[in-house]
Write a protein that binds this ligand. Structure first.
Ligand SMILES: [Zn+2]
Length: 237
């Protein structure tokens, strides 16, 4: 595997911790790039999304985009780490499905936080009571769920009316979403590792919003932290 590590001097502010310095590790394999039919530009921005990391808290750009979306949802300036300690935030009921990257260590310290791991916990049929959470959070998990609309339907069901689901999936903005049904199996994760829970069912494109609407959410906002490398999806019940 080819890994390139370099310091970044770009002006990115970490929405997780407020840090200002980032380093970059290229992680996308040639194999995955071919399976996904990525152009050079697409590979570059997906690599940046996964590989640009805050040197203070370790969050990658996708986690930063998700944190920025969450602070928008709760209408505070951020960063997430600062919001998480305030009284209002501590009173919120938050469901995290699968470890949401660099957000996880912050979320676990919140009083109303509940964590469920995928695939041990079935996202298509969450064994959780309806209308129980103010926020549902997941990061790069939905592409590994066989029926993404049903997964989001479950997120909506457990949210209180007015609650929000904030999540990320890798999005290729220049194309429409496609199912990998009938295509050779493609896996995310470490090179050569073919874990069943890392199998990709859906490759998301610019119509990613429609999955949330079809799941019954009344609105879907694409929060842009950096285009096109760092997008997060915010769906309101
Ligand atoms: Zn950070």
């Amino acid at each position: 595997m080819h890994a390139e590590i370099k310091e970044s001097n770009e002006a990115v502010l970490c929405a997780v911790c407020g840090g200002r310095t980032f380093s970059y590790i290229s992680a996308l394999t040639d194999e995955l790039t071919a399976e996904w039919d990525l152009s050079r530009d697409e590979r570059e921005y997906i690599d940046r999304q996964q590989g640009l990391q805050c040197t203070t808290c370790g969050s990658n750009l996708r986690s930063v985009a998700l944190a920025a979306s969450i602070v928008q949802a709760v209408e505070v300036p951020g960063p997430l780490a600062q919001w998480a300690t305030n009284v209002n935030a501590q009173g919120m009921q938050i469901l995290e499905i699968n470890e949401a990257g660099g957000l996880h260590p912050i979320l676990v310290r919140m009083a109303g936080h509940q964590f469920v791991a995928y695939p041990e916990f079935n996202m298509l049929q969450l064994e959780l009571p309806s209308e129980s959470y103010d926020l549902v959070i997941h990061s790069d998990t939905l592409e590994h769920v066989s029926d993404p609309v049903q997964g989001l339907r479950e997120c909506r069901r457990v949210l209180r009316p007015g609650g929000t689901c904030c999540f990320t999936v890798p999005v290729i903005v220049g194309r429409l979403s496609r199912s990998r049904d009938g295509l050779p199996p493609s896996y995310h994760g470490a090179p050569g590792e073919c874990r069943p829970d890392m199998l990709v069912y859906t490759e998301f494109g610019s119509d990613v919003w429609r999955f949330a609407i079809e799941a019954g959410f009344k609105s879907c906002t694409i929060d842009v932290y950096e285009y096109p490398a760092a997008l997060a999806i915010r769906a309101r019940r």
